[in-house]
Design a protein around this ligand. Structure first.
Ligand code: HEM
Ligand code: HEM
Length: 230
């Protein structure tokens, strides 16, 4: 059996699986019929925290988690598409250039969804903490985003899953297990691709700081909303 080397750090893997579960749970709890809108809002704050973590980790995380390692530049995309056409794609240690487009798209769409949630209300009893503290036009725009971005998000997630299935089934690339264990077989990656450790201490510090920031954002700094339901 080939030796395995660490590629995906532990904080990134925890982020990925928590993010996937949070997005699915946010969707489930958004249905007014389930009467779980309060849970939905808490999950939304959690998703915001995860997004802030992922964005910071994209600058200070380990090698393959950094945005600079997989930013889809025109040259990277062109070379990769040529290889794909010539059936010459090799397994990459981190995200491949096409996959990284999808990563940025998902992070962008879910950020729009979570941020817009802070400014909307459901015309019954629930409202985001910043509802009523911006202009009516901005509020309507946020409402529009929250009710429409989700369709694009679903499309992006479906494409994400189809792409993974394609690489695993057709291209015979090992992708899912490394997102769980963090490791890829030594014969598929270069020895220089290996990361030494997961930067756990830094990740814990970030999580503490982000928790404090989200608490400040949605509780301490949030304006008191006038209750005028009757
Ligand atoms: C709502 C559901 C999901 C969302 C929003 C989501 C989102 C993401 C994101 C943002 C990344 C990039 C990781 C990073 O660098 O931050 C990623 C990568 C990945 N996801 Fe998901 N994911 C979802 C579900 C799944 C599921 C169910 C699977 C497994 C079947 C999966 C397998 C993977 C794999 C294997 C990668 C790494 C791809 C590569 O090696 O380039 N994801 N996902
Ligand atoms: C990942 C984050 C989030 C996702 C995926 C998400 C998703 C959704 C979806 C799909 C709906 C139903 C929209 C429709 O019926 O067309 C919804 C409604 C709602 N969301 Fe979110 N949301 C997120 C974050 C938030 C946040 C942070 C808040 C507020 C703090 C929030 C507050 C609400 C409210 C109040 C509704 C009901 C709106 C209405 O019925 O008019 N959401 N959300």
């Amino acid at each position: 059996m080939p030796k395995h080397v660490l590629i995906w750090d532990l904080p990134l893997r925890i982020f990925h699986w928590l993010f996937a579960c949070t997005v699915i749970a946010s969707w489930y709890t958004s249905d007014q019929d389930n009467d779980l809108i309060d849970v939905h809002m808490k999950l939304g704050y959690f998703a915001l925290g995860l997004l802030v973590f992922r964005i910071l980790w994209g600058f200070v995380g380990t090698k393959h988690s950094r945005f600079s390692a997989f930013f889809p530049t025109a040259t990277r995309l062109r070379l990769y598409i040529e290889d794909l056409k010539n059936n010459q794609v090799k397994s990459t240690a981190g995200h491949n250039p096409l996959g990284s487009l999808m990563v940025f798209l998902m992070i962008l769409l879910i950020s729009l969804q979570a941020i817009s949630g802070l400014f909307i209300n459901d015309d019954v009893f629930s409202s985001g903490p910043y509802y009523d503290s911006v202009s009516k036009e901005l509020e309507q725009f946020m409402f529009f985003l929250h009710h429409n971005v989700f369709d694009f998000m679903i499309a992006a997630i479906v494409m994400h899953l189809l792409a993974i299935a394609y690489y695993v089934r057709v291209k015979k690339q090992l992708l899912i297990i490394p997102m769980i264990t963090g490791k890829k077989p030594e014969n598929l990656v270069k020895i220089t691709d290996k990361i030494k450790h997961s930067k756990i201490f830094l990740a814990v510090l970030l999580v503490i700081a982000i928790t404090a920031f989200i608490y400040w954002l949605v509780v301490v700094n949030a304006p008191v909303i006038e209750e005028y339901y009757y």
